[in-house]
Write a protein that binds this ligand. Sequence first.
Ligand code: ADP
Length: 162
Amino acid sequence: MRDHALAAVYPGSFDPMHLGHVDIIRRAWEIFPRVIVAVLQNTDKAPLLAVSTRVDLIARSLADLPGVEVTSFSGLLVDFMRHSGARVILRGMRAVSDFEYEFQIALMNRRLWSEAETVFLTPNEEFTYLSSRVVKEIWQLGGDVSGLVPPPVHAALQALPR
Ligand code: ADP
């Protein structure tokens, strides 16, 4: 068996993680023997949560999925994958609107590293309208996001000044 082919990385900003992300990770966990959630350290954006906080919240939100690894990375995803021994990139596909961007990134990653394969998973339809941006906007406007994010993320958002 070629184990290295089965490790999958789920990269993203996860600022914050929401239930759509959890749904994708749960589906991946049932398929791949090794799943790594990798938080991108993106210095361009003004984040809501620090990267280390995001890593901690993701790990706590996935407590019922033993073995899922949670870490952060900077630089090229394919370089992170070479170091971590993963060949599969997991991405969520919510709607046609995701397709163009995701297709472009998938082809670019393969161009950067020919062994990289992108696998798209679709969430339960109740999560297709969810994005970190929408969660942030609702939270900033004082709305209730408890049904949109895992409990540890909800608690962290409650503790933040809006
Ligand atoms: P967001 O788009 O919520 O800001 P990220 O930039 O962290 O999230 O995206 C990480 C990955 O998660 C991407 O592949 C994105 O398409 C996927 N994703 C985001 N929201 C959802 C959702 N509601 N259902 C399924 N996949 C999602």
